[in-house]
Design a protein around this ligand. Structure first.
Ligand code: ZN
Length: 488
């Protein structure tokens, strides 16, 4: 299989031609959510970014095994090695079993992802379900000599590792500086050096999530789960590892170190990172009052929002930016995204009803598919795809308004390309309230059909009454050569 997909590899810091290790199979691992809090935009962006990658690889004919984990243990407050486990803390506060907290947020996360039309991964492993694999991984690192046991905990020896490998190669952090400046912190720590990170932590007596291990009753360090689960399901070497840019250091840097130390080689061929979201130009944070959950976007119940925003508006807004650029959310920007999305989908709806008039082919339309593919192959450039679709939408509207005509072949191509890119690849769908919506559309169509007959029978009173009353309700009605069109 030969394609020209190029992706930006964070490790080499350049765009590279994507060549899978074992075509047609592709292994894709993405760091999923820590399920302890309400789903927010920070969850939506990586999920949508790698959903696009998953969809596009599948479209290219690859058989993708997509693994997206659930972090449900070991993600501690303050830094990766210290503080309380967030899930355990919540469980204690609310007298819940930790897995009740995990289940509650996992279900909410899945529901939000479904509304955003994010496809489920092939495997969604929980860190807590892979303790044995993580213990085995720690043992391999110990056997290789890159970790040490201290007071029942196991730490990764960054300085020793860095003598043979390169700690900091992904994030570009200067490890000498890191080791130098942090060398003489406190003498209290179990760690030999502050740069070392935990592979296994002995649980304090009040810690409610712990498992037996050769070193202590405890729990795995946060970075370990992705090394253990990625290689378990995708092999010691696999194609793509993705996640948010905020995970590059320390999480992904530590993953590389763990895999190299345990296996003697790197596991991941391409590292991909989506950029972050900001709200009104600021980093999102609880203390800044701009922490908006996905549910609040969908319901419009946040002081910074003037109205609810449909999940598809959020998805469209995110796809209007390239995944390596930042996305700044604001109420105004979302309102214009909502309008833009409605315009595109209206053109798509008109396209479905368009009839062809025998005519020569249009060059712009003939190259549309190739131009969209080219943009996707250029490191998943979704904003360019969207702009090509908008250009084609202008042509569709001209045809529907009777100002241009389309040949039979072009019409079929347009319909195929729109369905492929809008629905299958960008994963955008018409907001659908199911049967209710369907019944409502049929009722309006019926009224306008009665009006059409009334007009044909020169029953102006009935025809005007239907038109005026629907207009008063906020409908916009357009007469066309084939009958009518309406929108609300
Ligand atoms: Zn991870």
């Amino acid at each position: 299989m030969e394609t020209k997909l190029t992706i930006y590899n964070s490790l080499s810091r350049r765009k590279e031609l994507f060549v899978p290790l074992h075509a047609p199979h592709v292994g894709l691992y993405v760091c999923g959510p820590t399920v302890y809090g309400d789903g927010h935009l920070g969850h939506a962006r990586p999920a949508i970014t790698f959903d696009i990658l998953f969809r596009y690889l599948t479209h290219l004919g690859y058989k993708v095994r997509y693994v997206r984990n659930i972090t449900d243990v070991g993600h501690l407050e303050h830094d990766a090695d210290e503080g309380e486990d967030k899930i355990a803390k919540k469980a204690c506060l609310e007298s819940l079993e930790p897995m009740e907290v995990v289940q509650h947020y996992t279900l909410r996360y899945h529901k939000a992802m479904e509304r955003l039309n994010v496809l489920p991964p092939s495997i969604e492993p929980h860190a807590s379900g892979h303790i044995i694999e993580q213990i085995q991984f720690v043992q391999k690192i110990l056997d290789a000599g890159y970790a040490y046991v201290s007071e029942g905990s196991v730490y990764f020896d960054v300085e020793k590792y860095n003598k043979k490998y390169h700690y900091g190669k992904l994030s570009g952090r200067n490890i000498d500086e890191l080791l130098e400046t942090t060398r003489a912190l406190d003498g209290q720590s179990e760690k030999r050096r502050p740069a070392d990170f935990a592979l296994w932590k002995k649980a304090a007596p009040e810690h409610i999530m712990h498992w037996p291990s050769p070193w202590s009753e405890g729990f795995p360090g946060w970075h370990l789960e992705c090394s253990a689960m990625g290689t378990k399901y995708l092999g010691e070497e696999f194609d793509i590892h993705g996640g948010g840019m905020d995970l590059m250091f320390p999480h992904h840097e530590c993953e590389i170190a763990q895999s190299c130390a345990a296996l003697g080689h790197e596991s991941v061929k391409y590292w991909m990172h989506n950029n972050m979201v900001t709200i009104n130009g600021q980093k999102m944070g609880k203390s800044l009052g701009n922490f908006i959950t996905l549910d609040e976007f969908f319901s419009g119940t946040h002081p910074l929002l003037s109205q609810p925003f449909a999940p598809m508006t959020i998805r469209f807004f995110i796809l209007q930016a390239h995944y390596r650029s930042t996305v700044d959310f604001s109420n105004d920007a979302l309102i214009s995204a909502e309008r833009g999305f409605a315009r595109l989908m209206e053109a798509y709806a008109r396209l479905k009803k368009l009839t062809h008039a025998a005519e020569t082919s249009n060059g712009e339309i003939r190259t549309l598919r190739a131009r969209c593919e080219e943009a996707m192959c250029d490191d998943l450039n979704t904003p360019i795809v969207i702009s090509h679709l908008f250009d084609a939408a202008k042509f569709i509207n001209s045809c529907a308004d009777g100002k241009a005509t389309v040949s039979a072949a072009d019409l079929k191509e347009l319909q195929d390309v729109f369905r492929l890119f809008i629905e299958d690849i960008l994963g955008l769908q018409v907001e659908d309230n199911g049967e209710k919506d369907d019944a409502y559309r049929k009722a309006v169509d019926l009224l306008l059909d009665i009006r059409l007959h009334a007009k044909q029978n020169k029953d102006w009173a009935t025809s005007d009454r239907i038109r005026n009353e629907l207009t008063a309700l906020g409908f916009s009605i357009k007469d066309t050569k084939d009958g009518f069109e309406w929108s609300l």
